[in-house]
Ligand binder design. Structure first.
Ligand SMILES: *[C@@H]1O[C@H](CO)[C@@H](O)[C@H](O)[C@H]1NC(C)=O
Ligand SMILES: *[C@@H]1O[C@H](CO)[C@@H](O)[C@H](O)[C@H]1NC(C)=O
Ligand SMILES: *[C@@H]1O[C@H](CO)[C@@H](O)[C@H](O)[C@H]1NC(C)=O
Ligand SMILES: *[C@@H]1O[C@H](CO)[C@@H](O)[C@H](O)[C@H]1NC(C)=O
Ligand SMILES: *[C@@H]1O[C@H](CO)[C@@H](O)[C@H](O)[C@H]1NC(C)=O
Ligand SMILES: *[C@@H]1O[C@H](CO)[C@@H](O)[C@H](O)[C@H]1NC(C)=O
Ligand SMILES: *[C@@H]1O[C@H](CO)[C@@H](O)[C@H](O)[C@H]1NC(C)=O
Ligand SMILES: *[C@@H]1O[C@H](CO)[C@@H](O)[C@H](O)[C@H]1NC(C)=O
Length: 529
């Protein structure tokens, strides 16, 4: 197929982009198997356009920035996941092909348990079940849904016991209407990236064993610890070391699942990463009043009145209020984060130019790839236009809480496509996020990852697509090379080529006049006279 008109080549782009993204898991698998790259690199390379920033190389031109030059948190810079990944039309097999929503006894055989909302509503009526006895009277309910595209999830209540070391959750004496003998044992990898098989291998499998009324078949172990709050079991495996993935795969889904308990919930982590737990401690402490339990190392048998295995993910870096049974929005999530990190500014309000106010702009500066070769000029141009600029290189990234404050103190964030842009979650409402898209027909995938979600965040989105004149690829390839004449043909060669050339293989030299124009426009939009 040849790209003809502009229009048909656009279509082709999308087609290929989709195809490429859909192939990602395979590519990851191959690389994992060959074991020729460290995990992080594999993730960076293939599962997303992500990569982890190496330490700063010292060549940064820091800009005086009102004492916040420590700035950044681009750490796991990288990113990218594609729309294909979450758009059921392109990515998801038809739900019926995936499974059987009643498979684990989720829906009621008698038809009186229509959905999870209803199940949860019943919670209050289910008091009074002893958790320590092995009595046979039905007293538990089990509701699983294996039909979601992004995750498998089970909610159990009544007499539920966990034995972390064994990786097992026991549902004792499930009621008739929620129990299927043939599904007495189900397994879940509690990481919401189900469509990426290789990623899922990085998350431990949790086994849920349920017994029916009167059944002694599972012989559940006796409780050694009894909790009076629900538990949420999730994994910090997967791609969690990447900032974009940490937020999209864990932090948001955890919020969706655990927030409603208002702190009275026990978080239980499989594939426990001490580093991850430390890094996201603010979020974890805001969600739960209790220290996190390391599931894999836990030899106690813990009894809970209710347990969720798996966390609820709706889309990349977003929340679908319709799917959220509490009707949460991404704005709510951002308010939650603001509170978790004690951030001061809820809103970015227009700055009065007449009184000499300067709106603040944080510029994310990457190293190694997709770096701005003329970042000093770019920073100067933004400052000249009237912004107070915070230049945020990867070197000061370590302290996430600190960088959250820096971002929150700003009205505008600017950065080349990469995980660092995930920091936009900390911008005040009505803030502006500008994504610089590298050369190579990358507009659509980049938009899918960061642009699409921006309005739901209550932010304004600005896109700056680098031209052929603005990429360092022009120092490497002649202008009649397909890299310039037909970037889509590079996409077609597979994701590794795309990565190598367009994501890992270029820096951006901004056309400063053009860039200044964008800065002026944004400045107009965030100021008044
Ligand atoms: C920058 O970070 C260092 C080390 O974390 C800290 O001591 C210093 O106070 C920070 N500077 C600013 C301006 O926040
Ligand atoms: C759903 O489960 C029932 C029994 O629980 C089984 O008969 C049916 O084949 C399953 N359907 C699918 C699509 O797996
Ligand atoms: C539930 O049981 C049915 C019938 O035995 C089986 O086809 C299905 O795969 C099971 N589902 C799960 C999630 O184990
Ligand atoms: C689920 O059940 C509740 C309570 O009966 C009802 O209000 C709600 O509309 C139902 N939701 C769906 C998606 O069916
Ligand atoms: C399970 O998930 C599917 C797909 O989102 C949804 O259509 C279905 O209603 C859910 N089933 C239950 C029992 O909640
Ligand atoms: C946020 O932006 C909207 C649209 O530009 C504007 O109407 C609203 O007044 C702004 N809110 C605040 C608090 O500045
Ligand atoms: C901006 O400040 C000037 C001078 O103090 C004042 O006259 C003007 O009303 C202010 N504009 C707005 C929109 O508040
Ligand atoms: C991009 O710039 C960095 C220095 O900031 C350099 O180390 C790297 O090799 C450059 N990459 C490309 C593809 O030009």
């Amino acid at each position: 197929m040849k790209a003809g008109s502009n229009e048909s080549s656009k279509k082709l782009v999308s087609g290929w982009a989709l195809a490429v993204w859909l192939l990602l898991p395979l590519v990851v698998l191959v690389v994992l198997k060959t074991d020729c790259l460290p995990q992080v690199t594999v993730r960076q390379l293939f599962a997303q356009f992500s990569f982890t920033q190496p330490a700063g190389d010292g060549s940064v031109n820091k800009v005086p920035s009102s004492g916040t030059e420590n700035a950044t948190q681009q750490e796991a810079v990288g990113v990218a996941r594609l729309k294909a990944a979450h758009d059921p039309v392109v990515g998801a097999p038809p739900p019926t092909a995936l499974s059987n929503e009643t498979a684990a006894g989720g829906a009621d055989a008698n038809g009186d348990l229509k959905n999870q909302t209803e199940l949860l509503a019943m919670n209050g009526e289910r008091d009074g079940f002893g958790v320590n006895s092995d009595v046979a009277a039905p007293r538990s309910r089990l509701s699983c849904n294996f039909s979601f595209y992004r995750m498998n999830i089970c909610t159990m209540e009544g007499d539920v016991r966990t034995h972390g070391k064994a990786g097992t959750v026991y549902v004792v004496s499930a009621s008739d209407d929620s129990y299927r003998p043939e599904n007495g044992t189900v397994t879940i990898r509690p990481y919401p990236r189900k469509w990426e098989k290789p990623t899922m291998q990085l998350a431990r499998e949790v086994t849920i064993r349920s017994s029916g009324p009167g059944a002694a078949d599972t012989a559940p172990p006796r409780c050694t610890v009894t909790h009076d709050v629900p538990a949420v079991v999730f994994s910090t495996g997967g791609y969690s070391s990447n900032f974009f993935h940490a937020v999209t795969d864990i932090v948001i889904p955890l919020y969706n699942t655990a927030r409603e308990y208002d702190g009275r919930v026990q978080l239980v982590v499989t594939d426990y990463s001490r580093k991850w737990i430390a890094k996201y401690r603010h979020v974890l402490a805001a969600l739960s009043a209790y220290p996190v339990i390391d599931f894999d190392a836990d030899n106690d048998v813990r009894c809970f009145p209710k347990v969720h295995v798996g966390i609820e993910s709706h889309k990349e870096l977003g929340i679908n209020p319709v799917l959220s049974h509490r009707g949460y929005t991404l704005m709510d999530f951002r308010d939650f984060l603001r509170s978790a990190y004690s951030l001061k500014r809820a809103w970015s309000t227009p700055v009065n130019r007449t009184t000499g106010g300067r709106p603040r702009l944080v510029m994310l500066l990457r190293r190694h790839s997709r770096a701005l070769t003329n970042e000093a000029e770019a920073v100067a141009a933004a400052a000249e236009v009237g912004f107070e600029v915070v230049a945020a290189g990867p070197e000061a990234v370590r302290d996430m809480a600190h960088f959250a404050e820096v971002v929150n103190s700003c009205d505008v964030m600017v950065g080349v496509h990469g995980a660092g842009l995930t920091n936009m979650v900390f911008l005040p409402h009505n803030g502006t996020a500008m994504q610089i898209i590298p050369w190579g027909e990358m507009k659509w995938p980049c938009w899918s990852i960061f642009g699409e979600t921006v309005p739901d965040m209550g932010l304004r989105y600005v896109e700056y697509e680098a031209t052929a004149e603005e990429t360092t690829l022009k120092d490497v390839y002649p202008r009649d090379h397909p890299v310039f004449t037909n970037p889509v043909s590079i996409h077609k060669q597979g994701f590794d080529q795309l990565w190598k050339i367009f994501l890992d293989g270029q820096n951006v030299t901004l056309d400063i006049n053009r860039f200044r124009g964008f800065m002026q426009q944004i400045y107009q939009d965030v100021t008044v006279t």
